[in-house]
Design a protein around this ligand. Structure first.
Ligand code: ATP
Ligand code: MG
Length: 416
């Protein structure tokens, strides 16, 4: 049997309404904060990700789907969206206008070990603000993200926040952390022994027992921030408090991408197992310049769709109620039936029908199997009387109503 490749999956109709509901909610909320959608390519030059995410990150070192195209150029399936948004921002000189607030949704690709909540193709909804440095912006975007979760009625989320400093204060902290970790070499895992030299901050994020123990007493970045970064961090916390957004400071939190500066954060959720981070992001004030654009302070995040799906699986029925139109009789009855179906669809009602002109019984059976909420029954007698029967499949009741204006009658029933 032909199957999807490991780590890839189909999203079938049973799940799709939940996905669409999440996407529609994101559009509605993000647009109310002034965001517009941007659609970026799935494939980019490999170099873009090397230069943005960082050469010595797990993503670039071992997780990218990188190929040569037919001309021998190295191209990569995007592992995340920020790099492409920044590339587009520079390429199309979007910096000429006011601040840009852009969101995107779509698949990302990382060659990771598949497990619950972790796939090789996964979907993200991301948002990026380019051209604003104020801590008030950081707080507003975090507020927007938490509003998005609360509109989805997601309970048990925690916003964890930290600062990673900047190119002035981070090197000093890195050195101190390196010295501290130097004395702990005996207990660090193999990966982290390498990380101590090139990227000691990443050790703070390691889940292995030796490393967690070793770093429990490590110096904190928050005590090493320069005045500018410290001021920014406290301003973000103040604004969040004013906005009523609860945040927990986590001085051990670092991110797996090199471009972050100042504010970084993660949102975790309860009840979905080990892969419990549903969104992450922060400030990246140097990336636009590093990729060849003008100095542009930025802030962004990405939400993991599959993990949201796991959380909302039990959510209320989101599917549009289905109406089945059962027609039996001669050609004139079928013509009238088609007219009813047409009018309902014009009014946005989801309609199913029978294609084989079967009797009433098999049609009702089909309506039942399709999970129809209402069945409209039109036969020779009804047509002659200018009426149509409406069967409520949930209540098991049936009434006869006027054929004229049936679309309005049905729309009203569905809405209440
Ligand atoms: P993690 O710590 O879970 O590996 P990350 O730090 O690599 O996450 P980001 O690159 O910041 O994650 O991506 C943002 C969000 O995208 C994550 O919080 C998660 O919800 C989702 N995500 C990342 N990688 C995967 C994956 N392989 N499968 C499913 N979702 C993912
Ligand atoms: Mg990861």
């Amino acid at each position: 049997m032909l199957r999807t490749i490991r780590g890839f999956k189909d999203i079938l109709p049973a799940e799709i309404h939940l996905w669409q509901h999440i996407e529609e909610t994101a559009r509605k909320i993000f647009e109310s904060y002034g965001f517009s959608e941007i659609r970026i390519p799935i494939v980019e030059r490999t170099d873009l990700f090397r230069r943005s995410i960082g050469e010595v990150t797990d993503i670039v070192e071992k997780e990218m789907y990188t190929f040569s195209d037919r001309h021998g150029e190295s191209i990569t399936l995007r592992p995340e969206g920020t790099a492409s948004v920044v590339r587009a921002y520079i390429e199309h000189k979007l910096y000429g206008g006011p601040i840009s607030k852009l969101y995107y949704m779509g698949p990302m690709f990382r060659y990771e070990r598949p497990q619950k909540g972790r796939y090789r193709q996964f979907y993200q909804i991301g948002a990026e603000v380019l051209g604003e440095e104020s801590p008030r912006l950081d707080a507003e975007i975090l507020e927007m993200l938490m509003r998005f979760f609360s509109h989805l009625k997601l309970a048990g989320t925690t916003l964890q926040i930290n600062s990673l400093g900047c190119r002035i204060c981070r090197p000093g902290y890195k050195d101190e952390l390196k010295r501290y970790l130097g004395g702990k070499r005996g207990v660090l895992c193999e990966d982290c022994l390498k990380r101590v030299e090139i990227n000691p901050l990443r050790v703070l994020d390691c889940k292995s027992r030796g490393c967690t123990e070793a770093t429990s007493g490590a110096p904190s970045i928050l005590e090493h921030l320069c005045d500018e970064c410290r001021g920014h961090f406290h301003a973000v916390l103040d604004c969040l408090q004013t906005a009523g957004v609860h945040a927990v400071t986590n001085k051990r939190m670092v991110r797996g991408l090199d471009y972050y500066t100042k504010t970084t954060f993660e949102v975790t959720a309860e009840g979905i197992g080990a892969q419990n981070t549903i969104a992450a992001g922060g400030r990246y004030d140097m990336l636009v310049r590093d990729l060849g654009g003008p100095d542009t302070p930025c802030f962004g995040f990405a939400i993991g769709m599959e993990r949201m799906g796991l959380l909302l699986k039990e959510a209320t029925e989101l599917k549009k109620p289905l109406v089945f139109v059962a027609v039996f009789g001669g050609d004139d009855v079928h013509a009238a039936g088609m007219d009813v179906i047409d009018r309902l669809r014009e009014h946005g009602v989801a309609v199913e029908r029978d294609y084989e002109r079967k009797g009433i019984k098999p049609q009702l059976k089909r309506a039942n199997r399709l999970g129809a909420r209402y069945v409209l029954i039109l036969g020779t007698d009804e047509l002659a009387a200018g009426t149509i029967a409406v069967k409520d499949m949930e209540a098991g009741t049936q009434e006869v109503v006027s054929l004229e204006g049936i679309e309005a009658t049905v729309v009203k029933k569905i809405r209440t």
